[in-house]
Design a protein around this ligand. Structure first.
Ligand code: IMP
Ligand code: MG
Length: 179
């Protein structure tokens, strides 16, 4: 495990080791296993960033569950100011289901809010949110986040699924930008 790495044009220093990530995931998995005992939730993983977290999380989930993967496509609407994040890839009928959204990081909270809004329109029974990382100082929304692996300061990070301009997702540990 290196202490300083370069991803494209930026330098990053080691911030969270996989060992610490793994401990946080175990905590989240235990909470979900306890809270949803006897239920059959549908996990919706938000691609691309959450793929690595999801893979490690589900190995620790002992519920009877379904797992599916979705994407949120950002595009600018007809009015240049309105940014819509359209939910893509949802093929299941989710009416009446308990949904657990799996995300790598909640930053401003805008992405997650857009996801919640679109799921609510489909008359789900309940929505819960699980995120590996949360930046409380950047969060500008009001909704509750049910499962948080780790709260982190408002710095740009890379690794463990998170990217810098598409690169660095494959890193096993999480690195913080050196300003
Ligand atoms: P939000 O809509 O501001 O909450 O941003 C959420 C999305 O931005 C996440 O799903 C990530 O893909 C991305 N993101 C937020 N913070 C970081 C970071 O520090 N590094 C890499 N990607 C990030
Ligand atoms: Mg993401």
């Amino acid at each position: 495990m290196k202490n300083i790495i370069k991803v494209r044009d930026k330098e990053f220093s080691l911030f969270i080791s996989f060992e610490e990530i793994d401990t946080a995931i175990t905590k989240v998995a235990n909470e979900i296993n306890n809270d949803l005992k006897g239920q059959t939730p549908l996990f919706l993983v938000i691609l691309n960033g959450a793929f690595m977290f999801a893979a490690d999380l589900f190995k620790k989930i002992d519920l009877d569950c379904e797992i599916s993967f979705v994407k949120l496509a950002s595009y600018t609407g007809t009015q240049t100011s309105s940014i819509v994040k359209e939910l893509l890839g949802l093929s299941e009928d989710i009416k009446g289901r308990t949904i657990i959204i799996v995300e790598d990081i909640v930053d401003t909270g805008i992405t997650m809010e857009s996801m919640i809004k679109q799921l609510k329109e489909k008359e789900v029974k309940e929505i819960r949110i699980a995120t590996l990382l949360f930046k409380p100082d950047a969060f500008i929304k009001k909704y509750n986040i049910d499962y948080v692996g780790m709260k982190i300061p408002n710095d740009f990070i890379v690794g463990y699924g998170l990217d810098y301009n598409g690169h660095g997702r494959n890193l096993k540990d999480i690195y913080k930008i050196i300003e």
